[in-house]
Design a protein around this ligand. Structure first.
Ligand code: PGA
Length: 227
């Protein structure tokens, strides 16, 4: 079971270090933390694997505002999220750039958490399966690749997919690509057990509830109790 903490644009270097010094994950669960770029260096070396939240496909070049896999590896960063819905919604990320980022990061030696998930209107129109098939089709199975299913309508909204709905999407994704699949979207200590107990849910990508050590620890304990 893997629990990944996505801190988004929260926690500068001081707060990131303080969190990691206080955080005590239970045995029996893998935990990774994804701080913003500016806090990666402060987070590395404090006991947990550290992932970035995005990574470019080129090793270097004229790409203002981007960071490459070799740069992350040099810092001691072990992986990256790719294709988060906030990147897709606000920063023009698309299936093609997700594919390029993912392939380059894996090639360079990073782990990747590639995010997929449908918008609320896509679900209402009955397009969930088609959207997931399209988003997953650009990825290739790899031993360091994990997919995160994050229905966009459930991210940061307090609306969680029902365990049955999550299970259905996870089973579809796994039928397309043989990799572990994390669930993401308003995962909290109160709903973690029922989501993580689904047979094709292999862990969680946690945003809001990962910002406090106590709530992230509670989610990690829920995962450990099911392992
Ligand atoms: P949330 O975010 O847990 O705050 O809904 C999850 C994510 O966006 O990865």
């Amino acid at each position: 079971m893997l629990i990944a903490a996505n801190w988004k644009m929260f926690k500068g270097p001081r707060e990131a270090a303080a969190f990691l010094d206080e955080f005590a994950p239970p045995e029996g669960v893998d935990v990774v933390v994804c701080p913003p770029y500016a806090s990666l260096q402060a987070a590395v070396g404090r006991g947990l694997p550290i992932y970035a939240q995005n990574v470019h496909w080129e090793a270097e070049g004229a790409f203002t505002g981007e960071v490459s896999a070799p740069m992350l590896l040099e810092l001691g960063v072990e992986g990256s999220i790719v294709g988060h819905s906030e990147r897709r919604q606000y920063f023009g990320e698309n299936d093609e750039t997700v594919a390029r980022r993912t392939a380059a990061a894996l090639e360079a030696g990073l782990h990747v958490i590639a995010c997929v998930g449908e918008l609320e209107e896509e679900r209402e129109r009955g397009e969930t399966e088609a959207v997931l098939r399209r988003q997953v089709s650009v990825l290739e199975a790899h031993e360091r690749l994990v997919v995160a299913y994050e229905p966009v309508w459930a991210i940061g909204t307090g609306k969680t997919a029902t365990p049955e709905l999550a299970q259905e999407a996870h089973a579809l994704i796994k039928s397309l690509l043989a990799v572990p699949v994390l669930y993401g979207g308003s995962v909290k200590p109160e709903n973690a057990v029922e989501l993580l107990a689904q047979p094709d849910v292999d862990g969680a990508l946690v945003g809001g509830a990962s910002l406090e050590p106590v709530s992230l620890e509670a989610i990690c304990r829920a995962a450990a109790s099911l392992s």
